[in-house]
Design a protein. Structure first.
Length: 293
């Protein structure tokens, strides 16, 4: 789980016998065991005999996230298990998690997954997606398409095809997948040959995601060739200026790389930040576009 991974590194730099370590250990244990009670910072602090302010500072310094954020991560992990493996209805899953109702479960998923719990649970159900691997200017490309158009474009390094396919198919685990290079091959020429880019005959794409994700991806399509914007710019463009974090998550889940130009989205300071297919590839794509422009 991400929350545990974030905690592991800072703890190694401090003596385990220290009182701060014991405080953090107790908070982790309490949240992990009592997440159904959704304990507040004040409740946790009272249980440990500390002030909420001090507890917040100590835990955040050690863990890299607040007790509330850690509780949300634990709750989200259990929510995915209940909705996925155990197939509980949304209402029942909400109460099992200690939430007041589906509304809070919805907020949890939208904040951290940029999709509703219902959309997360459906994840491609009823879709048939055809796929094929092809050479491209930026490494091996995985092309995925439905009968309505391009649904996915991903990149893999040599011998990384299996991991690339798993990464993409897990986005829509309930879809049916059929390998069909004959269907996907024409997309490669259309995508990477600029002479075939035409506003009169636009490439048909199918954006499979939540309403929020689709709005973010549609905003990325507005970024001019050879230009770049920040996550905040995208958040403002979709009318949610305070949602930069969720925007970043949606950009990271963009299934149609290059065509939906998530590589043109930069951090607030103009830094390249992360790129799902590697920063080296992001630099290469931006350099290719700059030269072509």
């Amino acid at each position: 789980m991400n929350a545990f991974a974030q905690i592991a590194q800072p703890v190694t730099d401090v003596t385990p016998e220290g009182s701060d370590y014991e405080t953090v250990r107790c908070v982790i244990e309490m949240i992990t065991l009592d997440y159904r009670d959704q304990p507040s910072l004040e409740v946790i602090a009272a249980e440990l005999g500390q002030s909420p302010t001090q507890l917040q500072k100590v835990f955040t310094r050690w863990a890299g996230l607040s007790p509330k954020a850690f509780l949300q991560a634990v709750t989200l992990d259990h929510a995915k298990r209940l909705l996925g493996k155990e197939e509980l209805p949304l209402l029942e899953a909400s109460y099992e998690l200690g939430l007041s109702g589906p509304g809070r479960l919805h907020d949890l998923f939208v904040t951290h997954e940029a999709m509703s719990p219902g959309e997360w649970k459906a994840r491609g159900g009823g879709l048939t997606i055809r796929y094929g691997f092809h050479p491209s200017p930026f490494g091996i490309a995985l092309v995925m398409a439905t009968d309505r158009g391009l649904a996915g474009l991903a990149f893999a390094d040599q011998n990384g095809e299996k991991a690339c396919l798993e990464d993409m198919t897990c986005r829509w685990p309930n879809a049916e997948y059929v390998e069909d290079r004959e269907i996907t091959a024409p997309y490669i020429t259309r995508i990477f040959d600029r002479s075939k880019w035409s506003g009169d005959q636009p490439l048909k794409v199918v954006l499979i995601g939540s309403d929020f994700q689709v709005r973010v991806w549609q905003s990325l399509l507005k970024i001019p060739f050879g230009k770049a914007v920040t996550y905040s710019d995208v958040a403002n463009d979709i009318g949610q200026p305070t949602a930069s974090r969720a925007v970043g998550a949606a950009i990271g889940r963009n299934p149609i790389s290059f065509v939906v130009p998530c590589h043109r989205a930069l951090g607030k300071s103009g830094a390249l930040t992360g790129y799902h297919w590697g920063l080296t590839r992001k630099r290469a794509i931006l350099g290719w576009e700059a030269g072509a422009a």
